[in-house]
Write a protein that binds this ligand. Sequence first.
Ligand SMILES: CSC[C@@H](O)[C@@H](O)C(=O)COP(=O)(O)O
Ligand SMILES: [Zn+2]
Length: 204
Amino acid sequence: MTVLAQLDQLVEACHWIGAKGWAPATGGNMSVRQDENTCLLSESGKDKGSLTSDDFIQVEIATNQVPSGRKPSAETGLHTLIYRLFPDAGAVLHTHTVNSTVLSRVEKDAALVLQGYEMQKTLAGQQSHLDSVSIALFDNDQDIDGLAKRIEQFAQHTPLRYGFLLRGHGLTCWGKDVNEAKRHLEGLEFLFLCEMQRRLLEAK
Ligand SMILES: CSC[C@@H](O)[C@@H](O)C(=O)COP(=O)(O)O
Ligand SMILES: [Zn+2]
């Protein structure tokens, strides 16, 4: 599929994310890989639910440089990190949902472990509800370069798959293309909602 077709799919995914209320106000950011050296990232500060293809800005993956001089997402460094760590990653979606925001604060460990859910199989390579899926959880940080470094160091010793949570902030997930990133987002959000409800009910 061409990059233009991927960008069209990404714009559609942004509208779908907006309609679900998963990127309130100007929260969230999205990108698609152009080639091994560059990606197209959403412009900073926009309502991500009403983006058009003109709102995506070319960024160099190795350096975070922006040839156009426009202002891509404040979280550009997390998208480019994912494209650097995972040559197969073709799209990255970052959302601010209530479930990911709250659950990432309630969970004090360095990962949210999901187990026992059939919907784990929405995640590439997962074949059974009996397996455990560990979603890494990092403390939020306004220093995105510092945060990216911490995540990079973590990935050197622990597998990082599907996405990660930022505490009190939201989910960043990816896939080989827009469709897979969208499936991972929808699957993980479903699992977060189930996990919230389970913890609430079992606490009584
Ligand atoms: C609504 S404030 C949220 C931002 O600080 C950030 O977390 C975010 O997701 C959107 O930033 P942006 O620079 O528009 O990509
Ligand atoms: Zn954010």
